[in-house]
Design a protein around this ligand. Structure first.
Ligand code: OAD
Length: 282
């Protein structure tokens, strides 16, 4: 596709010249890679290229609910490796928080389950964990909510956590393939009608229904993608960015590269660089 895009500069001007106060940020695994957590689909470094030891029928099986019911061990081995607590938010997480402190953030829809949004101090009300998170867990048999101290204890010792009521298998409340997204995701979808700016950061936009949300903002709302590579174009032609002059107005901007550098650039253009650095360094 020939890309005739708006630029990060024009997005910064748009923010400065308009009363922007309903920014939606859609984020994915790319915003956490700088903290040491691998993403899913990057070649070589992504999780799905590094699951050989689990001997899976296909990579995504590790997050497939039917596979999990049969063979939960691979997921738990991975959960042990990735268990929240050892990783810290990145500059991009703090940029999202800074948007909130500027009273501009309507919502951060994140696909990430690492809880780094919470850890960086963003209000829970501002976060939609579209694929759930490790913050809670429940029994796959009786749905009883599990005691997280115990779940963590069992996972870190490579034991399968079991329900205290029925001995059923416990699963962290992250959304597996084959499961519904959390209620809160559907409840907050109406936010998109109000968005006056959409920033998409660190996601390949390959997983639905999340990816299609980029088309839920009003048709004149500018959209900025900050990502290592172009996402959402080839895979979802009908729902993707087209980056073309649209309705007589260029509304889509693309900032290719590392997202921490991308948000730094945007912060710099907005005169927020020092504030961002201060938040990040605290
Ligand atoms: P992906 O791994 O599919 O995509 C991550 C994107 O971030 C890729 O386009 C990378 O190029 C980009 N990226 C990586 N590091 C970056 C950096 N430092 N700066 C900028 N961009 C960077 O991850 P998601 O799109 O989040 O589902 O994946 C979506 C869902 O698929 C996940 O929520 C997960 C997975 O299966 C569940 O776990 C249920």
């Amino acid at each position: 596709a020939k890309l005739e895009n708006a630029t990060v500069e024009s997005i910064a001007k748009y923010i400065q010249n308009n009363d922007v106060k309903n920014v939606i940020v859609m984020s994915g695994a790319g915003i956490s890679t700088a903290s040491g957590i691998p993403d899913f689909r990057s070649k070589k470094t992504g999780l799905y290229d590094n699951l050989q030891k689990f001997d899976l029928p296909y990579a995504e099986a590790i997050f497939d609910i039917d596979y999990f019911q049969e063979r939960p061990e691979p997921f738990y081995a991975l959960a042990k490796e990735l268990y929240p607590g050892k990783y810290y938010p990145t500059k991009t997480h703090y940029f999202i928080r800074l948007l909130h402190e500027k009273n501009m953030l309507l919502r951060n829809f994140t696909q990430n389950i690492d809880t780094l949004e919470r850890i960086c101090g963003l209000d829970e009300d501002k976060i939609v964990e579209a694929h759930g998170s490790f913050a809670t867990a429940s029994c796959t048999e009786c749905d009883q909510e599990a005691d997280m101290e115990n779940v963590k204890y069992q996972i870190l010792r490579s034991h399968l956590p079991r329900c205290s009521a029925c001995k059923g298998l416990i699963k962290p409340d992250i959304t597996f393939f084959g499961e519904n997204l959390p209620k809160r995701f559907f409840k907050r979808l109406s936010d998109f009608d109000e968005a006056d700016l959409l920033i998409v950061i660190g996601t390949s936009l390959q997983v639905q229904p999340f990816a299609a949300l980029i088309d839920n903002v009003p048709e004149y709302t500018p959209r900025l993608l900050i990502n290592m590579d172009i996402a959402g174009v080839h895979h979802t032609p009908h729902h993707g960015f087209d980056f073309k002059w649209k309705y007589g107005k260029k509304r889509d901007a693309l900032l290719l590269g590392d997202c921490d550098e991308g948000v730094e650039k945007l912060a710099d253009l907005l005169g927020w660089k020092d504030e961002l650095d201060r938040l990040y360094e605290k």
